[in-house]
Design a protein around this ligand. Structure first.
Ligand SMILES: [Mg+2]
Length: 302
C-alpha cells in the first residue's frame, strides 16, 4: 500500500485547506491520548500541545466539530470544555448545535433512510432498534461472537453499541431483512474482550444504527444546515470507518497511528481516495500538526 502524502508538505492539500471553515474530528485515537486525555502527548506524557492548538484555532475563529461514537452526555461536556459549539454523537446518529448558547443546544436525531414518521411520540431511535429485535437476531446468528459493549453501551439514545468479532457483511445482510432496516458500522478494535470467544482475534466495536446513518452522511447533513459546501470542510480520524468521511469533505487527514490498523490499510487499498493525507505524528501530536497546517493555509495570524 502506498502511504498517503504528508498534509503539511502537499501543495494541493494546503490549497484545499485554505478554503476550509469547519473540521470534523474523531476523538479517541485522534484528538485524545490513551485514556481519553487531551493534556498528554501521543506517548501519554503530560503536554499542552493539543490544548495550544485548540486555543489557536478558537482564536482564529475556525470551527471544530467532534464526531464520535460516544454518546451525547459524554460529548456535551467535552465540547464545552474545549470552547466549541457543536458535535455529532453516536457515530453520526445525533447532531447537536449551539452548545452553551443562551437558547440551549439543539438536538437532532439523524434517522438516515427511515421514514420521517417512524418514531412514536417520545420514542428514540434506540427504542426503535430495540423493538426491531436486531440484537437478538445477531446473538442467534453469531453465538458467543457478539455482546453489548459494557459499560459504554449505557445512556444511548440512538445506537446500540456492541463488541464482537463477526463478519460485518453477513451481519448487514441479516439486518437488511428487518423492518425498519438497521445498519451496522465497524468502529475499529477494542481492548476489552468481555465474554466473547473470538479465538485470539481482537474484538471490534460495532454500532447498530438507523439504516443509512454514517459519519459521512451526518457531515453532509450538518454542512447543508450550515450553508457550507464540501469544499469548505475537512475531517481527521484514525479508523477505517473514519476514512469514509473523505467522501463528504475536501480534505481528510489520518493521524500516523491509523496505519497500525489492518482495517485502515485494507480500506486504503480497497478504495483510492485522492483527498486522504496523513500526519507524521501520532494521536494529539498529529492533530496539532494538522491544526498548524490549517492555520497556515488560511493565513490566520494568531
Ligand atoms: Mg478513533
Amino acid at each position: 500500500m502506498q502511504q498517503p502524502t504528508l498534509i503539511g508538505e502537499d501543495a494541493s492539500a494546503l490549497a484545499a485547506l485554505a478554503q476550509v471553515k469547519v473540521v470534523y474530528t474523531d476523538l479517541d485515537g485522534t484528538l485524545l491520548a490513551k485514556g481519553g486525555c487531551v493534556l498528554a502527548d501521543s506517548g501519554g506524557v503530560p503536554s499542552a500541545t493539543v490544548a495550544q492548538a485548540i486555543v489557536a484555532l478558537n482564536t482564529a475563529g475556525l470551527s471544530v466539530v467532534p464526531i464520535s461514537g460516544r454518546g451525547r452526555l459524554q460529548l456535551i461536556e467535552l465540547t464545552r470544555l474545549l470552547g466549541w459549539k457543536d458535535f455529532i454523537a453516536e457515530a453520526g446518529a445525533i447532531i447537536v448545535s449551539g452548545v452553551g448558547g443562551p437558547a440551549g443546544a439543539t438536538v437532532t436525531y439523524n434517522n438516515g433512510h427511515w421514514p420521517a414518521d417512524l418514531l412514536a411520540p417520545g420514542e428514540t431511535p434506540y427504542g426503535v432498534i430495540e423493538r426491531s429485535g436486531a440484537y437478538e437476531l445477531l446473538r442467534e446468528a453469531f453465538p458467543d461472537l457478539i455482546e453489548y459493549h459494557t459499560p459504554w453501551h449505557e445512556n444511548r439514545e440512538a445506537t446500540h453499541l456492541l463488541r464482537g468479532c463477526l463478519d460485518v457483511r453477513e451481519a448487514q445482510a441479516l439486518l437488511n431483512q428487518l423492518t425498519p432496516a438497521i445498519g451496522i458500522l465497524d468502529n475499529g478494535v477494542v481492548r476489552n474482550p468481555g465474554d466473547l470467544k473470538c479465538n485470539g482475534e481482537l474484538p471490534h466495536a460495532y454500532h447498530l444504527v438507523p439504516c443509512g446513518v454514517s459519519k459521512a452522511q451526518a457531515i453532509e447533513l450538518d454542512l447543508a444546515a450550515r450553508g457550507l459546501t464540501r469544499a469548505e470542510a475537512a475531517a481527521i480520524g484514525d479508523s477505517a470507518t473514519d476514512i469514509e468521511m473523505a467522501d463528504a469533505v475536501a480534505v481528510m487527514a489520518l493521524v500516523d497511528n491509523a496505519f497500525e490498523s489492518t482495517g485502515v490499510r485494507s480500506e486504503l487499498e480497497r478504495v483510492v481516495r485522492p483527498n486522504v493525507y496523513r500526519t507524521c505524528c501520532q494521536r494529539g501530536d498529529g492533530w496539532a500538526e494538522f491544526a498548524a497546517a490549517w492555520l497556515a493555509a488560511t493565513g490566520a495570524n494568531v
